[in-house]
Design a protein around this ligand. Structure first.
Ligand SMILES: [Zn+2]
Length: 309
């Protein structure tokens, strides 16, 4: 049974939709996006514009989400967690959540929402306003039928690796712990995905800051689990890296591995360089996910087949 635990909204409507929009003719996105990271993010943003609802009306969310569900069903993926942005306005957030659930229900699909906060380059959280968490709690407390459809929270966007710029992320995770205790929501953060852009010592500091927060999962975490031979770092830094990875393993943190995406955005280059035997030997708890079905023209079932034995 394949469950895709990490699907971004850009993965909304796959190839057929892009063809219909003329997008496939405009860019040969499958070739271009694999050439370099800049091209990847330009196209990520372009596709996001196409696949995101043009308004916050819940009807639009319903339609888009039903499209994702249909694609997942066609790909024989049993269920998925859809990472969808938080909103700072409670009414817009409500219609986003309700529209998404309506999309799941319209196709009788087993799926959940992961509400996502987005980090800016300076470490600030873009879509967080002081009151939104209290308002969300007040709504959930009287809208109990919504709770089973919410997987939890995630933090994505720019990787902020300096100790001073990760503080907002850490404070937010502490605030979100309230929702884990009250509603059983799981907490996740993207980290160590695009590590090639940063100083390894800074990335280690970031993971050190995240460690005591007891995240349930880490989105990607490639820097921590990537085999030695793909990294060009000093033996001392590598020793620290391995010690930190062991600490996360001890805490049973789940690593959400997205083979195609992780290979593209790291020195791994191709997903075959991730081997199941290697991950097993590490004792890593991991899941295999698609990340962006549209951009990578993939689904979790295909991704699972890309790893080496
Ligand atoms: Zn992701």
């Amino acid at each position: 049974m394949i469950y895709d635990g990490h699907v971004h909204y850009t993965g909304a409507l796959p190839e057929d939709y892009l063809k219909l929009m003329g997008y496939m003719d405009k860019y040969n996105y499958t070739d271009d996006c694999c050439k370099n990271i800049d091209a990847f993010f330009r196209q990520y943003q372009d596709i996001q514009k196409l696949t995101k609802p043009e308004s916050n009306l819940s009807e639009h969310y319903k339609e888009r989400v039903a499209g994702i569900c249909a694609y997942m069903r066609k790909s024989h993926v049993f269920g998925f967690n859809l990472i969808s942005g938080m909103d700072t306005d409670i009414d817009r957030l409500k219609s986003r959540i309700l529209g998404t659930i309506a999309g799941f229900q319209a196709t009788s699909y087993k799926a959940k929402i992961t509400l996502c906060f987005i980090k800016e380059a300076n470490g600030r959280i873009k879509n967080l306003d002081g009151n939104i968490l209290a308002k969300l709690d007040a709504w959930l407390a009287v809208t109990l039928d919504v709770i089973p459809y919410i997987h939890g929270f995630d933090i994505c966007g720019y990787e902020t690796v300096k100790t001073e710029s990760i503080q907002d992320t850490c404070d937010l995770i502490k605030d979100l712990t309230f929702f884990r205790n009250k509603y059983g929501f799981l907490l996740s953060s993207h980290a160590g995905e695009l590590f090639v852009l940063y100083d390894p010592a800074d990335i280690l500091q970031m993971f050190e800051k995240l460690l005591p927060l007891h995240l349930d999962s880490i989105g990607h975490g490639t820097f921590l689990w990537i085999p030695d031979e793909f990294l060009n770092i000093s033996p001392d830094i590598n020793k620290l890296r391995k010690r930190l990875l062991q600490e996360f393993i001890k805490r049973h943190t789940l690593f959400e591995i997205c083979p195609t995406g992780n290979a593209l955005l790291s020195p791994l280059k191709c997903p075959e360089n991730i081997s199941r035997q290697y991950l097993k030997k590490l004792g890593l708890r991991y899941s295999i996910n698609s990340d962006n079905p549209t951009i990578f023209k993939t689904h979790a079932r295909r991704e699972a087949g890309l790893l080496s034995p």
